[in-house]
Design a protein around this ligand. Structure first.
Ligand code: ZN
Length: 711
C-alpha cells in the first residue's frame, strides 16, 4: 500500500503548480512605456537633453522596442542596433526599473567591464531612482552599514534583485538567475569570461530557470567591426549585435512624408543614409520624397517621428512606425522598398516574420538630439579610415566592414620572393633577431634578418608544442638562442637577441630569461609615444613559482602601438610597392615558402577609435583583433623592437654593417673569431658585441639616439 493515493499526489502536484504560478507576480496590462511616462524623473546629471519628467516626445521610436520587454509580449530577444545619441540606452534603464518596482523579477545589465558597470549605475540608473520618490521607496538605498541594502552594482528590492556586471569576470555570474538581461556595448566585450568561454553563453545559462516564466534579453549596442568570413561564404561576422540584428526581423522606421502622406497616393519613407542629399555640395542636408518630390529637411523631422506613437492619433491622421525589412526567400513575402503607400502601413507591419525575433535599427537622422547639419559635417569630415569607422558606428549605427586588409593578404602573397631560402640569411643582412609568443599549449617563434636602415627579411619560423611548465619549449628556445644561421655569402650569423613575451607563463619566462644572456623577457605596453624597447625601471621583477622558488628578472617594455602602426602604415605598404625584391630602407621581404595564414596573422589587427556613446567624442583608441589569430603581428612587433634597441634603423645609431660583414667573412676564411680576442689599442674592432660595434668613437648624438631608442 502506497503512502498517498493517486488523487492525493495529483492534488499535491496541482498545489505545487499553483504555488509556482503565484510566485511570479502577474504583470499589469499597462505597457512599460505608459508606466514610465510622466512618472520617472530624469535629472540633469544624466547628461540628458530633456531634464524632468520622462516624455517620449521626440523619441517615439523607442516605445515599441521597450514595450516588447513587457512579460505579456511573446518576444524572447529584442535587439536594438544604432548610432550614438539616439537615446537607445533609455530602453534598458526603464525596463530594469520596471522589473524592479512593478513586477519584482531579477535582472542583470551586462557591460564590457566592471568599471563600465559602475559607470552605468552612476550616470544612467541610480540618478533616476534618486530623483523619483516612487522608485526610491521600493529600491533599497545604497548604505555601507546595512547588509540588506543595495550596493553600486547590486540592487535589492522586495521580491528580487538586479545586478550590473562586467563580462570580464565570472564572479558576478555565480549563484544568480536573471529573468531580464540587458546586454550593452557587446562589440567591446571580451571573447571569454575569464577561462569560462563565451560570455553570451554564460549569461544564457543564468536565464534558464526563467525560460518558461518569460525570460527576456535586450541586446543594445552601437555596432563594432565586421569582416567577411574567411571561408569566403560572404557572411559578415565579428559583431554580435549586428549578427543578432540580421537574425531578427530587421525593423526600420517608415515616416510619413510631410508633404504628401495625408493626400491620396501619399507615402511613408525610410530615411536611409544613402538617400540623404546635399551633403557633399555643402547645401542644406535633405531628403527628397520619391513620390511627390517634396524636399524634407531637419525641421520636418519632429513631426514625422511624432507620428510613430502607437497610442495617440497622429496630427494629420497618418501613422508611421517600424516595419520588418528582412529579406525573405519566400517570393510571396517580399521586403518593403524604401517607401510604401501610406495606406499599406498596417499590411506591411503584419508581414509574416518567419520565426524571427524583433530587431531594430535606427541612426542619428531620427534622433531629437541631433541636427542634420551636424550629420552632414561628420560625413564631410570623414576622410581617413579611422574617421570612417567612427562615422559608420557612431552616426550611421552600422558595423564598419574591414575589407582593406583582406585585399592586402592577396597582394602580399604575390610579393613572396622564391629566391629566399628558409633558415638562410640572405646577402646584405647581418643580424638575426628572434621573437617568441607563448600560448596555452604551444609556442610560436619567428626570426628576422636585418640589414642597413632596417630593411629586413623573414628568415624562419616554428612552432613548439607544449605548455610553459613543460621543459620542451625551453630546451628549444635555448637552442634557438645558440643557433648559427648560415649566410648566403658564406659563414654564419648567430642569433643576436631573442625576445620572449612574458604575458603568459610569466614565471617560466622569467626563469628562462634570467639564465640566458641573449634572451629578454618582453612586456607589451599599450598607448602611443612609447619607445620601441625599454628596460623596466626600478628593481627587477620578482616572482615566486611552484615549490616556492623565486626568480628575479629584468623585463623589457615594448611600445606595441606605434610599432603596429609602423607595420600597417609603413612596412606592409613598402613591401607592396615597386619591384619584388628591390632593396629599400625599412622594407620587409617575404620568402616564397610562407603561406596565407602567415599574412592573415600579420594583418590580424586594426586600429579603431572608441567613442563616448553619448557625445560621439573620441575618448579612446585601440588595436582590435579583426581575424582569428594575430601571432605573426606580435612577433613582427617584437622583432622590430629588438632591432631598434640594437640601433637598427635608428639614425646615428646604426650598427657598423661593413664591419659585421667583414667579421663574418674573416670567420668564414678560418681566421680566429675577432671578438673573442682581447681588445688592443691598434685594432679597429673592439670587444663590444657585434651589433653595437662602432668603428669610430660614439658621438654624443649617437649616444643620445641610443638612449632615446633603447637603453
Ligand atoms: Zn511626399
Amino acid at each position: 500500500m502506497s503512502l498517498f493515493s493517486a488523487q492525493e499526489i495529483a492534488r499535491q502536484a496541482a498545489t505545487l503548480v499553483l504555488a509556482m504560478a503565484a510566485a511570479v507576480t502577474p504583470a499589469p496590462d499597462q505597457t512599460i512605456s505608459a508606466w514610465a511616462e510622466g512618472r520617472i524623473n530624469i535629472p540633469g546629471e544624466t547628461g540628458t537633453t530633456r531634464e524632468g519628467e520622462l516624455s517620449w516626445d521626440g523619441f517615439e521610436y523607442l516605445i515599441e522596442p521597450l514595450d516588447r520587454l513587457h512579460p505579456d509580449d511573446p518576444a524572447r530577444t529584442v535587439t536594438f542596433v544604432g548610432s550614438a545619441q539616439i537615446a537607445k540606452t533609455t530602453v534598458g534603464v526603464i525596463a530594469t526599473l520596471y522589473y524592479s518596482t512593478v513586477i519584482a523579477r531579477p535582472w542583470g545589465v551586462a557591460l564590457p567591464s566592471g568599471d563600465e558597470a559602475l559607470k552605468y549605475n552612476r550616470t544612467k540608473w541610480q540618478p533616476l531612482v534618486d530623483a523619483t520618490p516612487e522608485l526610491r521607496r521600493k529600491i533599497r538605498a545604497v548604505t555601507s552599514r546595512d547588509e540588506q541594502g543595495s550596493t553600486n552594482t547590486y540592487k535589492r528590492f522586495p521580491g528580487g534583485y538586479g545586478q550590473f556586471f562586467g563580462t570580464t569576470s565570472a564572479k558576478p555570474l555565480q549563484m544568480v538567475t536573471f529573468c531580464l538581461v540587458v546586454k550593452e556595448e557587446t562589440p567591446n566585450w571580451s571573447l571569454s569570461v575569464g577561462d569560462r568561454g563565451d560570455p553570451h553563453k554564460q549569461i544564457e545559462v543564468r536565464q534558464l530557470q526563467w525560460e518558461l516564466a518569460g525570460a527576456k534579453t535586450f541586446h543594445n549596442s552601437t555596432p563594432g567591426l565586421v569582416r567577411r568570413s574567411e571561408e569566403g561564404t560572404g557572411e559578415a561576422t565579428g559583431c554580435p549585435v549586428t549578427a543578432d540584428f540580421l537574425a531578427g526581423g530587421q525593423r526600420r522606421l517608415y515616416l510619413p512624408c510631410p508633404h504628401c502622406a495625408h493626400l491620396p497616393g501619399g507615402v511613408l519613407i525610410r530615411l536611409d543614409r544613402e538617400a540623404m542629399l546635399g551633403v557633399e555640395k555643402g547645401e542644406t542636408p535633405h531628403f527628397c520624397c520619391p513620390s511627390c518630390g517634396g524636399v524634407i529637411e531637419h525641421r520636418h523631422k519632429r513631426g514625422m517621428v511624432a507620428a510613430c506613437r502607437p497610442d495617440r492619433q497622429p496630427a494629420n491622421g497618418v501613422r508611421g512606425g517600424w516595419i520588418p525589412c528582412f529579406p525573405s526567400e519566400d517570393p510571396t513575402n517580399p521586403a518593403p522598398g524604401s517607401f510604401i503607400p501610406a495606406a499599406e502601413y498596417e499590411a506591411w507591419r503584419a508581414r509574416p516574420l518567419e520565426g524571427r525575433q524583433p530587431s531594430y535599427h535606427a541612426w542619428q537622422v531620427v534622433s531629437d538630439a541631433v541636427d542634420w547639419a551636424y550629420i552632414a559635417k561628420q560625413i564631410q569630415d570623414a576622410d581617413d579610415e579611422e574617421a570612417k569607422i567612427a562615422l559608420h558606428q557612431q552616426i550611421f549605427g552600422e558595423a564598419y566592414e574591414v575589407t582593406v586588409q583582406q585585399a592586402d593578404v592577396d597582394k602580399l602573397l604575390e610579393r613572396r620572393d622564391n629566391r629566399l631560402t628558409k633558415g638562410v640569411v640572405p646577402s646584405g643582412y647581418e643580424i638575426v633577431t628572434v621573437a617568441v609568443d607563448l600560448n596555452g599549449d604551444w609556442a610560436q617563434w619567428t626570426a628576422y634578418a636585418w640589414g642597413p636602415e632596417a630593411e629586413h627579411v623573414m628568415v624562419d619560423k616554428g612552432r613548439i608544442d607544449g605548455g610553459p611548465s613543460e621543459p620542451q619549449i625551453w630546451a628549444e628556445l635555448a637552442e634557438l638562442e645558440r643557433r648559427r644561421w648560415p649566410h648566403e655569402d658564406g659563414g654564419f650569423v648567430t642569433t643576436e637577441v631573442q625576445g620572449v613575451d612574458s604575458g603568459y607563463g610569466t614565471y617560466h619566462v622569467y626563469a628562462f630569461c634570467s639564465s640566458h644572456a641573449k634572451s629578454k623577457a618582453l612586456d607589451g605596453a599599450k598607448g602611443w609615444g612609447l619607445t620601441p624597447l625599454r628596460r623596466s625601471t626600478g628593481k627587477p621583477q620578482k616572482l615566486e613559482g611552484p615549490e616556492g622558488r623565486v626568480v628575479t628578472c629584468r623585463t623589457w617594455r615594448v611600445g606595441t602601438w606605434d610599432l603596429k602602426r609602423t607595420l600597417m602604415n609603413e612596412a606592409i605598404p613598402l613591401s607592396l610597392e615597386g619591384e619584388k625584391g628591390a632593396r629599400a630602407p625599412r622594407r620587409p621581404h617575404w620568402p616564397g615558402w610562407i603561406e596565407r595564414d602567415f599574412f592573415e596573422e600579420l594583418t590580424g589587427e586594426a586600429l579603431v577609435s572608441v567613442q563616448d556613446s553619448k557625445t560621439g567624442v573620441v575618448k579612446d583608441e585601440a588595436w582590435v583583433r579583426v581575424r582569428r589569430r594575430n601571432e605573426e603581428l606580435d612577433l613582427w612587433v617584437y622583432n622590430k623592437a629588438l632591432a631598434a634597441s640594437l640601433g637598427i634603423g635608428v639614425p646615428g645609431a646604426e650598427p657598423d654593417w661593413l664591419e659585421l660583414a667583414r667579421r663574418r667573412q674573416a670567420q668564414q676564411a678560418g681566421l680566429e673569431a675577432l671578438w673573442e680576442r682581447p681588445p688592443s689599442a691598434g685594432a679597429r674592432s673592439g670587444s663590444a658585441p657585434p651589433a653595437t660595434a662602432n668603428t669610430a668613437p660614439a658621438s654624443p648624438d649617437v649616444e643620445a639616439a641610443k638612449r632615446k631608442w633603447s637603453f
